[in-house]
Design a protein. Structure first.
Length: 130
């Protein structure tokens, strides 16, 4: 199955946001988090945990973007995109359990949920059409 234009756009957007977010958090986690009024320099364990999840996010982004150029490689990048968007679910759960975060985290969550739902749509559509 070849990719539609909509699917290609969603995969590129998902992959590039994962690449951008993963790179920023991996290379400059304290500076990136400071934009949301969070000081990661106070706890090395939190800084390490942030870099760990950033590495996963970066790897997912690389796989999703690389897969866009392969016409028949559709299912796996969509599934990876949905998996990457689990960040949105985690952010929602964290907000429910821990309280309302800063505006930047809320905006990021909205993007994660939107991309996740679009990725899920294409994943389900592919499974139904096939």
């Amino acid at each position: 199955m070849n990719k539609s234009v909509g699917l290609t756009v969603i995969l590129l957007a998902a992959g590039l946001t994962a690449l951008g977010g993963g790179s920023a958090l991996l290379l400059a986690p304290a500076e990136w988090s400071a934009m949301a009024s969070t000081d990661l320099t106070l706890d090395t364990n939190v800084l390490v945990a942030t870099r760990l999840s950033a590495g996963l996010l970066l790897a997912l982004g690389l796989l999703i973007v690389a897969a866009v150029s392969v016409p028949t490689f559709t299912y796996t990048p969509i599934a990876l995109s949905v998996a990457h968007r689990a960040y949105g679910i985690s952010r929602g759960l964290s907000t429910w359990l821990d309280g309302l975060p800063t505006e930047l985290f809320i905006q990021t969550g909205i993007v994660e949920w939107t991309m996740g739902l679009l990725s899920l749509y294409f994943l389900l559509r592919r499974r139904i059409v096939k």
